[in-house]
Design a protein around this ligand. Structure first.
Ligand code: GLC
Length: 426
């Protein structure tokens, strides 16, 4: 009996160990253990998204192949017009830097399947059709040279793949499996041939179909090739971070809101629905103050030139960031909330009030559980007088009109860490 009991106990222990091991493996492949790897990205808060490809020759966005039902042979001809004579990714990276962005994510392949890189497993690449160059290689060199963190967007779906269009879902395994294999092969190419890749930004997976896509295997391969890589949530696994699109949506997981500057990701010179700079800064600070990232898109033309309006907006953001960037990098939620003025964030032991409704010469706020030691307008450096009665505070001496045209900031310093006077907000 005792022996049998021992055997059972040993079996149970082995089973328990196996389950533990499998759980650990699963967590590893799905990126839950990412606290160390993701720190730089969470500190960064602000990145550049770049949508660029064959579609940039037409100027009606990146979905034309599908939306306008363009057959592959006709679409392939358009790639002949994709001759980016003045393409200089160092200029993109320099502009991103100037704007205060800390990483850049390029569409290495969008849904149309056109690879901006030298893929050995596709006939539709920038080396074989169009420019005759590996544009991703040039991009990678520019990023590495400038010390800019580099991300690859990669669409898993490939509309040019035989049988994929015009059929809807579900597609047969005979059609899907070769396309999935191609995606696995291309991700391997992307993560093997271009040095360090910091972010893999998947898109375009058939929803919920992790089995067909062999998502777990794909992610494991990616992490093996690039152990520090951060992977988003669009390959069927939860990934390292989630990616709300054109909306600010805070999440318990690391998150990044991606936004177009106008209403189109790909080049669309006639879409003049541009968000004003103040709105872009509002979105950036809204993300950062809630502990999220902001990935702002640019849409270069077929030559590789970022449209003037987009470049100018980024330069304006850059000017603001030079003075106020301290409120964005490493920012997170503040325990003291001054919602009637705008947002607030906490960086270290400082609280920044991001003011959208300028109060005039006196700025009252409350629910402050710490003694305010000093306060100043970050925009001008001007110190403010402080009056505090318990948890109520009055800052005095502000100019009647706001000094910054986009977003004004007041910096608050305390004795130690800031606290709220009541648990109204965590
Ligand atoms: C969507 C669109 C795509 C764009 C992407 C950006 O999935 O299909 O065109 O690249 O979102 O988040």
């Amino acid at each position: 009996m005792r022996e049998r009991g021992q055997v059972i106990r040993t079996k149970n222990a082995t089973r328990y160990l196996l389950v533990l091991l499998l759980t650990m493996l699963l967590f590893q492949s799905y990126g839950q253990d990412n606290a160390g790897r993701i720190k730089w990205w969470q500190d960064a808060r602000f990145g550049m998204f770049i949508h660029w490809g064959v579609y940039s020759t037409e100027g009606r966005g990146e979905w034309i192949m599908y939306q306008e039902h363009i057959p592959y042979p006709e679409y392939r001809n358009l790639a002949g017009n994709f001759q980016p004579k003045t393409y200089d990714p160092a200029k993109w990276v320099a502009l991103a830097k100037e704007a205060g962005m800390k990483y850049v994510v390029l569409t290495t392949r969008h849904h149309d399947g056109y690879c901006l890189f030298d893929s050995k497993v596709s006939d539709f690449t920038t080396v074989k059709v169009g420019p005759g160059r590996d544009l991703v290689a040039e991009f990678a060199t520019a990023c590495h040279k400038a010390g800019m963190k580099m991300g690859f967007y990669y669409s898993l779906t490939d509309w040019h793949f035989p049988g994929i269009l015009p059929q809807g879902y579900p597609r047969s395994p005979e059609i899907m499996n070769p396309m999935v294999q191609q995606a696995h092969d291309q991700v391997k190419e992307l993560l093997s041939n271009y040095g360090k890749v910091d972010i893999l930004w998947f898109d375009g997976m058939t929803p919920g179909d992790t089995t067909t896509w062999r998502s777990g295997e794909l992610i494991r391969m990616a992490r093996k090739l690039q152990p520090d890589i951060l992977i988003n949530d669009r390959a069927g696994t939860s990934g390292d971070f989630v990616t709300p699109e054109n909306v600010v949506a805070a999440n318990n997981k690391p998150w990044e809101s991606c936004y177009a500057m106008n209403r189109t990701w790909g080049y669309a010179p006639n879409d003049l629905n541009y968000k004003p700079v103040a709105e872009l800064i509002r979105l950036l600070t809204s993300c950062a103050s809630q502990g999220g990232n902001f990935l702002l898109n640019v849409s270069p033309d077929a030559n590789g030139e970022i449209p003037k309006q987009q470049a100018e907006s980024l330069q304006e953001i850059g000017k603001w960031m030079k003075v106020h960037g301290v409120t964005v990098y490493q920012a997170g939620p503040s325990p003291i909330v001054v919602a009637n003025l705008g947002f607030q964030c906490r960086v270290g032991d400082k609280v920044y009030l991001l003011i959208q409704r300028w109060p005039g010469s006196v700025l009252p706020f409350a629910w402050c559980g710490s003694v305010v030691k000093s306060a100043r307008i970050l925009t001008t450096g001007q110190p403010l007088q402080i009056e505090q009665k318990e948890d109520r505070v009055w800052l005095r001496g502000l100019p009647v009109n706001p000094p910054d045209p986009y977003m004004n900031v007041v910096e608050l310093s305390f004795d130690g860490a800031p606290k709220a006077s009541s648990p109204a907000y965590k």
